[in-house]
Design a protein around this ligand. Structure first.
Ligand SMILES: Cc1cc2nc3c(=O)[nH]c(=O)nc-3n(C[C@H](O)[C@H](O)[C@H](O)COP(=O)(O)OP(=O)(O)OC[C@H]3O[C@@H](n4cnc5c(N)ncnc54)[C@H](O)[C@@H]3O)c2cc1C
Length: 405
């Protein structure tokens, strides 16, 4: 007879651990299956210099708040890992590491059956907490790049020194791509940054961190259902490196980066570039102006102390945008793909996905009774994929699963 549990949580990152806390609190028997080690992605899918992008006081999960002495600082990613390891130990999470769920399917009407290398496991309920970001997206035309150009992605990139010599093309201008471009410039590399839709704001404005403003403006409270077709807005670029500073693609131009539009193809070592750079940058500038206006209005309405805004959006770029990039002629030795992630759900043999492979769910609840998602990017609000807030979604699901508030 297969091993049987009340609940199986797949994945022991912050989401799985927060779920475990909420189930334990309600006295629900459960186990976490983790294919590798606790919080594996904070160990092996982060580059060396990466720091937590939210202030340390937000390094918190249900039942554990930040206990360090730098609440306004930004932890290195290995400190985030240590926080999660300590949390798992403190809540005595029943994690079975090295246990990959290879398949999840229905088990008659009784529940669900999971295949692992050590046998089958049945569960009445299953929580899929395998992360908001799985495998980096690399476009098919990457295969057409010359073999002389090294290629990596945001999950495998480690440091400037680990890249082949020469100029570097970073593709993607979310926080990952922009931070990587930033440190490549600091290391003296020539950098091309291919931009995609993004938003930005100053790290600090009127004496307060941008996260304080986002909270106060209610930006984190907007549910995904309020966006047409549940399409969430572009990522906001920020960094927590070196205590946090202003970082956005246009800020890198003064330091020598050349900004490009989206890369859309490659033939004979020449990349084809969509002519959308300036439109993308204008939209990003507009997002920053919106932020500044909203923050000023809030400051006036609340009578907040702090210097009035002096921060201004930089002037438009004067350099005409390129439509192609000859990799050899420009001395490009490496390309870093940082253009988003795709889901790895081949092991889920249940009708839980739309045509593009995206989980169909409402606040983690799916059409398959007893199967839930937790920790997805924009699952309910922007908070859902973030460490500091995943606990709220875990509490919601635990109540949904048990009826116990
Ligand atoms: C570069 C980067 C920087 C980020 N920075 C921040 C930040 O500063 N602040 C913040 O709040 N958020 C940040 N995030 C977002 C988010 O906090 C992280 O993605 C975080 O790792 C998500 O935690 P999770 O538990 O949901 O998923 P993950 O950490 O991805 O954990 C999922 C776990 O599931 C396991 N797993 C996967 N498939 C299976 C399977 N079939 N069987 C068993 N186990 C499986 C994996 O090994 C993994 O350990 C960042 C994300 C990225 C990519």
């Amino acid at each position: 007879m297969a091993e049987r549990h009340d609940v199986v949580i797949v994945g022991a990152g912050q989401a799985g651990l927060a779920m475990s806390f909420e189930l334990s609190r309600r006295g629900v028997e459960h186990v976490l299956f983790e294919r590798s080690r606790i919080a594996e992605r904070w160990r092996s899918a982060r580059w060396d210099s990466l720091a937590f992008q939210l202030p340390n006081r937000m390094l918190a999960l249900p039942g554990k708040s930040y206990g360090g002495d730098a609440p306004d600082g930004f932890a290195r990613h290995d400190e985030v890992l240590r926080f999660l390891e300590a949390y798992a130990a403190e809540i005595a999470a029943p994690v079975r590491t090295g246990t990959e769920v290879l398949a999840l399917r229905r088990d008659g009407t009784a529940g669900y059956l999971m295949e692992t290398r050590s046998g089958e496991v049945a569960a009445r309920q299953v929580v899929i907490a395998t992360g908001p970001f799985h495998e980096p997206v690399v476009p098919a035309f990457a295969a057409a790049l010359p073999a002389s150009v090294g290629q990596t992605d945001a999950a495998r990139y480690r440091s400037p020194e680990a890249l082949p010599e020469g100029a570097v093309l970073v593709v993607g201008s979310g926080s990952s791509g922009t931070q990587i471009a930033d440190e490549l410039l600091a290391a003296g590399r020539r950098v091309f940054l291919s931009v995609g839709r993004h938003r930005y704001a100053p790290r600090r404005y009127r004496g307060r961190d941008v996260i304080w403003w986002y909270e106060a403006l209610g930006r984190f409270d907007v549910p995904i259902d309020q966006f047409p077709d549940r399409r969430y807005p572009p990522p906001t670029v920020m960094t927590g490196v070196a205590g946090g500073y202003d970082l956005f693609p246009r800020a890198l131009v003064a330091r020598g980066a050349e900004l490009l539009g989206r890369i859309v193809g490659c033939s004979n070592g020449v990349l084809e570039i969509a002519g959308d750079r300036d439109a993308i940058l204008q939209a990003a500038d507009a997002s920053c102006r919106d932020f500044l206006a909203a923050a000023d209005a809030l400051a006036a309405a609340r009578g907040l102390e702090g210097a009035p805004g002096s921060w201004t959006v930089p002037p438009p770029l004067e350099v005409e945008e390129r439509r192609s990039l000859d990799l050899a002629a420009e001395g490009v030795g490496a390309v870093v793909w940082a253009c988003g992630y795709r889901g790895e759900y081949g092991w889920v043999k249940l009708p839980l996905f739309d045509g593009s492979g995206t989980p169909v769910q409402r606040r983690g609840v799916t059409e398959c009774p007893g199967v839930y998602f937790l920790g997805l990017h924009w699952m309910h609000t922007f908070r859902s994929g973030l460490l500091s807030y995943v606990g709220a979604d875990a509490a919601y699901l635990a109540e949904e699963m048990t009826g116990v508030p």
